[in-house]
Write a protein that binds this ligand. Structure first.
Ligand code: R5P
Length: 314
């Protein structure tokens, strides 16, 4: 088995390699002066089962192009099986025609990855599970919920009875309910969110009882931070005791970290390391990263040994 890292998240790639007791395969990824990506795999991969770790996080297009070109290089070097390990699958929010004459970019990205030569995809908390159907190759979608549950239980061990899981929008209810169930059936509340235009969100209502409870917002993506900051303020206005947020993918674009720091209602933000943390994130006293290296490493090991991946979540 070989493990190759793109440039998007070297910290996570190294942590996965460590869990697997493997070394990252030597590969040179550099840019021509006009910014074209060039890749040279510097070890023999003929007949190998190769896993390429690359999140298509910001700069999304550069990281996507890197992934495609690494896959192409591996395919032309006769790797026997290529798995695109995408801890964060960018473009996932463009999973349907949002209006007339708009693209379904998540499907296009799936086509590109398949055409480049990937034999399978391993990803984490896809924005919508149906995106697996955009691929005509096997796709394993992992869930961070188990690791998040453990973190919540250690953070709230003395106050578990007062927990409430909150979905920040209607689309996240299934995910939030899964977390509430894993926490032993704690109450679930839902934020009725409206998005008048891209990048702007408004809270219309809170569905469920949150008064006096420690609310745990759970989302797949935090981008501008608007959804979670607005939800935290609305929950505090409804009498919540405290609000913290757990999110799988910390996209955190623009001044999102600053916005979180300035939102007093949101006590804490915990994101996984599916996306490399920025300096602002690391410096913030309100934020924390939770590693999914063990989860991804174990899934890679199971795929390499043809073992069940779904049983990871039993
Ligand atoms: C939307 O459906 C996603 O699950 C997230 O809620 C959204 O991407 C968060 O975006 P922002 O942080 O910009 O409000």
């Amino acid at each position: 088995m070989k493990l190759i890292a793109g440039n998007s998240n070297l910290t996570l790639s190294k942590a996965i390699a460590k869990r697997l007791g493997a070394n990252l395969t030597d590969a040179e990824i550099r840019r021509f002066s006009d910014s074209e990506v060039f890749v040279e795999i510097q070890e023999n991969v003929r007949g190998e089962d190769v896993f390429v770790v690359q999140s298509t996080s910001s700069p999304a297009n550069d990281h996507l192009m890197e992934l495609l070109i690494i896959i192409d290089a591996l395919s032309r070097a006769s790797a026997s099986r290529i798995t695109a390990v995408m801890p964060y699958f960018g473009y996932a929010r463009q999973d349907r025609k949002a209006g007339p004459r708009t693209p379904i970019s998540a499907k296009l990205v799936a086509n590109l990855i398949t055409t480049a030569g990937a034999d399978r995809v391993l990803t984490l908390d896809l924005h919508a599970g149906q995106i697996q159907g955009f691929f005509d190759i096997p796709t394993d979608n992992l869930f961070a919920v188990k690791d998040i549950k453990e973190h919540i239980l250690s953070a709230f061990h003395q106050d578990k009875e007062s927990l409430c899981v909150v979905s920040p929008d209607v689309g996240g209810v299934v995910r939030a309910r899964a977390l509430a169930n894993r926490l032993g059936g704690v109450p679930l509340a839902i934020v009725d969110k409206r998005r008048p235009r891209a990048g702007v969100s408004e809270v219309m209502n809170i569905i469920g009882e949150v008064e006096g409870l420690n609310c745990v917002l759970f989302d797949d993506i935090i981008d501008s931070g608007g959804t979670l900051c607005n939800a935290a303020e609305a929950l505090m206005e409804q009498g919540a005791k405290s609000v913290c947020a757990y999110v799988t993918h910390g996209v955190l674009s623009g001044d999102a970290v600053e916005r979180i720091e300035q939102t007093a209602a949101l006590r804490r933000l915990i994101v996984t390391d599916s996306i490399e943390a920025t300096a602002a994130f690391k410096a913030s006293p309100k934020t924390e990263q939770l590693s999914v290296a063990a989860l991804l490493g174990e899934a890679i090991r199971r795929i390499a040994h043809e073992e069940s991946v779904s049983s990871l979540f039993d």
